[in-house]
Design a protein around this ligand. Structure first.
Ligand code: NAP
Length: 322
């Protein structure tokens, strides 16, 4: 099969087209013939040598895909060869074929194209597990998401709106802010306005989803309402900051966070179960739409990474395999 290998830690140019044997599904796994693979920021971190594949996972990049079931490993039920599918992958999505635990695969939502479906797993697993399961967002709450025009941000805005929350999103340009507004958020151009002041004037955020860290951390604490929660999913600026933790105590704040990839198969299967029950109906009702920036053929994976790291994109970047 064709695949994209990370030939050395480095910039997008280290991604090279290569040829490998088709993987064999183990017990409880399915083999997927991939039609499209989503490109995510963690892929760029892995390429740069800053985010190792967990033990047992493919060393090839690619955390999500859509396509068709090509083979079943021992003990798999509920899937048949030829079924359309999208899946969260432990790695290996930049290839014609990949394996994953059957419990991490989901049907294509009715009315969704294979191209759009490839963009759902990584962001939906991440947003649902951090915003709802960990962050406890509920109807009527005020929710702030940073990086509102990112793959994660566009998904978080729509899921939070579908849950009945009021949503604010930060973004770095007028065009990105307009995209956030279209999805139902009040956009804040962080280059022109102070998100902490804006949220405080509204009574404070009950929940913040942060991927920036650094100088945002103290401002996030300021932006939170009493009893507010802050969930970290990345530190694009920095994981370090000098903070006065007294306000965590005095205002009963919660600081938490998670990464998806190292979690157990059982934890990911539980997230998949909740997505199928609660988020796939949002997709099928048109409440959660994939915001897609661009599609690149597999052999142009380096160009896809360069676009992602330019931060010029709005929404998801996808690789086309077939
Ligand atoms: N914890 C997890 O399990 C998990 C899973 C998936 C993704 N993530 C993380 O979530 C984040 C979003 O992922 P994604 O795939 O949706 O990425 P993405 O589309 O590339 O989004 C990143 C966006 O963040 C904004 N940003 C704000 N401050 C930034 C800074 N200092 N440096 C660079 N960008 C900055 C940029 O938009 P502006 O122009 O508005 O600044 C950029 O478009 C990434 O950091 C990723 O690593 C975490």
């Amino acid at each position: 099969m064709r695949c994209i290998e990370i030939t050395a830690p480095g910039g997008p140019e280290v991604l090279k087209l290569a040829s490998r044997a088709v993987p064999v599904p183990g017990p409880g796994e399915i083999l997927i013939e991939i039609a499209y693979a989503g490109v995510n920021r963690p892929d760029a971190l892995q390429r740069a040598g800053a985010y190792k594949a967990p033990p047992g996972a493919s060393d090839l990049p690619g955390l999500e895909c859509s396509g068709h079931v090509a083979a079943l490993g021992p003990g798999v039920s509920g899937w048949s060869v030829g079924d359309p599918v999208c899946a969260l992958l432990p790695g290996g999505g930049y290839a014609d074929y990949a394996t994953c635990p059957a419990a991490h695969a989901l049907p294509i939502p009715v009315g969704t194209s294979l191209r759009d479906a490839a963009c759902l797993p990584e962001t939906c697993f991440t947003v649902w597990s951090n915003v709802v399961m960990r962050g406890g967002l509920s109807a009527g709450e005020r929710f702030l998401v940073h990086g509102g025009s990112s793959g994660i941000g566009t998904t978080a805005i729509q899921i939070a709106r579908a849950l009945g929350a009021r949503v604010w999103a930060t973004a770095g340009s007028a065009e990105k802010c307009a995209a956030c507004e279209t999805l139902g958020a009040t956009a804040i151009n962080y280059r022109a306005a102070d998100f902490a002041e804006i949220l405080r004037a509204e009574g404070g955020a009950n929940l913040i989803l942060d991927m920036v860290g650094g100088s945002y951390i103290a401002r996030n604490l300021k932006a939170l309402a009493d009893e507010g929660r802050m969930v970290f999913i990345a530190f694009l600026e920095s994981p370090k900051a000098e903070i006065n933790f007294a306000q965590v105590m005095l205002r009963r704040l919660t600081i938490t966070g998670s990464t998806l990839r190292p979690q157990s198969d059982a934890a990911k299967a539980e997230i998949a179960r909740q997505l199928r029950a609660q988020v796939w109906p949002m997709v099928e009702a048109g409440k959660l739409k994939v915001v897609q920036d661009s599609v690149f053929p597999l052999e142009e994976a380096a160009a896809a990474h360069a676009r992602m790291e330019s931060s010029a994109h709005i929404g998801k970047i996808v690789l086309r395999l077939s």
